[in-house]
Structure formats: structure tokens, C-alpha cells
Design a protein around this ligand. Structure first.
Ligand code: HEM
Length: 155
């Protein structure tokens, strides 16, 4: 595995810094894209199950969106600093069990990755680049791998 560079870390950090100014719109776009790619994912999220459209300003929807973006950004920082993603045991155990319980399986992580990248691309506009895509992808993949490994352990 090649090292995660300072430039890659900076690309993730600066794009997240600008995107987090507009969390309501970002999280809505993120979930719309998830459902565009995988309509069946609707049944998994408690806040989507019972409504025909994606709820605006739903705190749980925002919470999941922010968590995915923020944890991926933190993963990028750790990849540069330590060469690996480190998640505290309690956090990882909780992540593993929540996703397992909700019926999340490996291919869902690809759906969320695609939605994440498309949302970033749209949000950053002209700043988007192949390098930025690669940096977010790598950080997300490593984070997802840690969660998936924990899910396998617990199942
Ligand atoms: C819940 C993070 C990927 C579906 C959560 C929670 C976190 C989280 C922190 C809250 C845990 C708690 O309640 O204590 C992440 C991260 C991901 C990821 C960092 C990727 C790197 C996915 C994927 C799916 C998914 C791929 C399936 C499409 C869910 C669902 C919940 C949840 C259904 C429960 C939310 C609710 O109904 O309130 N996730 N997640 N997550 N996650 Fe994820």
C-alpha cells in the first residue's frame, strides 16, 4: 500500500471544511444519491422507512451523513499520520454491531462510497479533481474495511 501523502490529507481536509458549512443540503444530496443508486436502502434507515420523500432537516439523517464524511476525513488524517486507520475499540464494536443489526452487507459500502464521491464532486464544483477523488476513496476504503472486518468478527 502506498503512503497517504500530505497533499492527499489536505485535499480531504479542505474539501470537508468547505462542505461542512452546508450540512443540511449536503446530507440531503448524500441520501438522495444513496437511494438513486440503491432504492432498497430506504428500508434500512429508520428515518426513511415510513416516508415517501427524504425528510428535510431530519437530525438522524444529518447525523449519519456527517458521521460518514467526518470519520472518512479523520481516517485520511490518520492514514497520513500513522499509516493506518485507528478506531477505538468501543467505537468500532458499536459500529460493527449497529450495522450488523441493520442488515448492512458489504455491497452497501460500495453504494455509500459512490454516493459520497458524487456528493463531494457536486459540492466542490471546480475544485474537484482526480487526486481529490483518489484521496477520499482511499480513506473511505480503509475505514470501511475496518468496519466490515468488525462486522465479520461479530457475526
Ligand atoms: C448508523 C457510521 C456505512 C447504514 C451509523 C452510525 C454511525 C455510522 C456512526 C451510528 C451508530 C450508533 O447509533 O451508535 C458509518 C460509517 C460508514 C457507514 C463511518 C462508512 C464508512 C453505512 C452503510 C450503510 C449504513 C454502507 C448501509 C447502506 C446505517 C444505518 C444506521 C447506521 C441503517 C442506523 C441509523 C438509524 O436508523 O438511525 N453508521 N456508517 N451505514 N448506519 Fe452507518
Amino acid at each position: 500500500m502506498g503512503g497517504f501523502t500530505e497533499e492527499q490529507e489536505a485535499l480531504v481536509k479542505t474539501s470537508w471544511e468547505s462542505m461542512k458549512q452546508n450540512v443540511p443540503e449536503l446530507s440531503l444530496r448524500f441520501f438522495s444519491t444513496i437511494l438513486e443508486i440503491a432504492p432498497a436502502a430506504k428500508g434500512m434507515f429508520s428515518f426513511l422507512k415510513d416516508s415517501d420523500e427524504i425528510p428535510h432537516n431530519n437530525p438522524r439523517l444529518k447525523a449519519h451523513a456527517i458521521k460518514v464524511f467526518k470519520m472518512t476525513c479523520e481516517a485520511a488524517i490518520q492514514l497520513r499520520e500513522k499509516g493506518e486507520v485507528v478506531i477505538s475499540e468501543n467505537t468500532l464494536k458499536n459500529l460493527g454491531s449497529v450495522h450488523l443489526k441493520k442488515g448492512v452487507i458489504d455491497p452497501h459500502f460500495e453504494v455509500v462510497k459512490e454516493a459520497l464521491l458524487r456528493t463531494i464532486k457536486e459540492a466542490v464544483g471546480e475544485q474537484w479533481s482526480e487526486e481529490m477523488e483518489k484521496a477520499w476513496s482511499e480513506a473511505y476504503d480503509q475505514l470501511a474495511a475496518a468496519i466490515k472486518a468488525e462486522m465479520k468478527e461479530e457475526s
